[in-house]
Design a binder for this molecule. Structure first.
Ligand SMILES: [Fe+2]
Length: 135
């Protein structure tokens, strides 16, 4: 069962970003399934690595739009991204060192963070970018 289901409510009305969010949600669901089915450390580690890398790529895409169009909430949005990247790389490093296991609590944190970030923080640029002609 998927941890997060994509539906229209999560759309930010920008095709490229919606696609990236779908991919990220897919990776989170993959990690959740891997945890639930007790996959090995190398499989989990690979998913965590990919998730970490893709998260950075995705934030760069969003930031690129902010810079290009002068999004007024860039600073606060960037702050949320930066603190999550820090958290995400801590998770990756702790997992690699064997200091952290992927748990229901961790998945719950990841699922909630993304849902909240997309629904609240990302939705904040929807109209702004649409008005600049970005779809
Ligand atoms: Fe964002």
């Amino acid at each position: 069962m998927a941890l997060i289901n994509w539906d229209g409510n999560l759309s930010v009305n920008v095709e490229e970003i919606d696609q990236q969010h779908k991919k990220l949600i897919g990776m989170i669901n993959e990690l959740n399934d891997a945890m639930r089915t007790g996959r090995g450390k190398d499989v989990m580690g690979m998913i965590i690595n990919d998730l970490n890398t893709y998260t950075v790529t995705h934030f760069k895409t969003e930031d690129g739009y902010f810079t290009r169009f002068g999004y007024p909430d860039t600073i606060s949005h960037r702050k949320e991204h930066d603190s999550f990247v820090q958290k995400s790389s801590d998770i990756k490093n702790d997992f690699t060192k064997g200091k952290l296991a992927v748990s229901i609590d961790l998945m719950d944190f990841l699922g909630k963070w993304w849902k909240n970030h997309i629904l609240v923080t990302d939705k904040g640029y929807s109209r702004f970018l649409n008005e600049k002609g970005v779809r």
